[in-house]
Design a protein around this ligand. Structure first.
Ligand code: ATP
Length: 279
């Protein structure tokens, strides 16, 4: 089976304004297959957003190749949707207008079919009755659902999610995880989900990739075999705890990595990551 997404020996080095080279990623290899849900976990500043920028085509990798459906990514693709950390809704437009805004921006007009599709997306994320509300009338979790509806409207095959629930309180965050699983079940997509939360990664993903501190490389890849559909009971199982323990172990003691990849982490660096993950 050909992967939807392929990272082959990907590295990325920024050149800062004073000419200093900052190596964010090195030797990243992984595939994502059709409708697979991949979570990427890693300490703060390790290079997660860089990974996402490369897949979304905002930047081109300085080493190796990122490809989607076998084609090298060099610019943003129409088959890719992005959900950001904050939904950044336009405050002067209502919810329906916000959802169709990317289409309006791209095509200069919105057809009645687009409006119907946007309403269907709002229904999918449980906001059918809020189409005419303004963003400030919605809670943080509801606004994030608008962001998901907006990303799904173009029916992208690949969905990139950049810590989409990190700004929410713990209860809403957990609830949104279940919501997302429900949405994904109804509208399967190939997903790359960036997170700092071990439990969120285990609840959502088919596979969890664990990154080292910068420059990020993949120090572990854990297949999550919890049955689907997953719900609150999944979290209570001993398997769930085993997976979270396994990942925690990998982050804090990377010498126990599960792949045959070399890691150049020193224990000191690994320990530095300890404060930056919040399961
Ligand atoms: N445009 C840039 N120019 C120079 N360095 C950059 C640039 N963007 C990011 N970096 C550096 O690259 C490294 C990785 O950054 P990145 O934002 O990818 O990390 P992250 O894992 O997403 O961080 P966080 O978890 O805090 O969101 C950091 O050291 C950052 O300072």
């Amino acid at each position: 089976m050909n992967p939807h997404v392929k990272f082959s020996q990907v590295g990325h080095t920024y050149t800062s304004e004073n000419g200093q080279a900052v190596c964010a990623l090195k030797g990243i290899n992984f595939n994502i297959y059709k409708n697979e849900f991949i979570a990427v976990l890693g300490p703060s500043g390790c290079g997660k957003s860089t990974l996402l920028r490369l897949l979304s085509g905002l930047y081109e990798a300085t080493m190796g190749e990122v490809s989607i459906f076998g084609t090298k990514v060099t610019e943003p693709q129409s088959n890719t949707g992005i959900v950001f950390q904050k939904p950044t809704l336009l405050p002067w437009k209502n919810i329906l207008q916000n959802v169709v805004f990317p289409i309006q921006h791209k095509q200069g007009r919105v057809s009645s079919k687009d409006i119907e599709s946007a309403k269907a997306m709002l229904k999918l994320v449980g906001l059918e009755e809020f189409a005419q509300h303004m963003p400030n009338q919605l809670s943080g979790g509801m606004q994030q659902r608008v962001g998901i509806a907006r990303a799904l409207l173009m029916d992208p095959e690949i969905l990139i999610m950049d810590e989409p629930f990190s700004a929410l309180d713990a209860l809403t965050r957990e609830e949104m995880g279940f919501e997302l699983l429900n949405i994904w079940r109804q509208k399967p997509k190939t997903v790359l989900f960036i997170t700092h939360s071990i439990s969120e990664a285990v609840l959502l993903a088919d596979r969890v990739l664990v990154l080292s501190p910068r420059p990020a490389s993949v120090i572990g890849e854990i297949k999550i075999d919890l049955p689907r559909p997953r719900n609150i009971d999944s979290i209570k199982t001993s398997e769930f705890s085993e997976y979270t323990d396994q990942i925690r172990q990998l982050i804090y003691r990377p010498e126990t990595q599960t792949e045959n990849q070399e890691s150049d982490l020193t224990p000191t660096l690994a320990e530095q990551s300890e404060g930056s993950t919040n399961a």
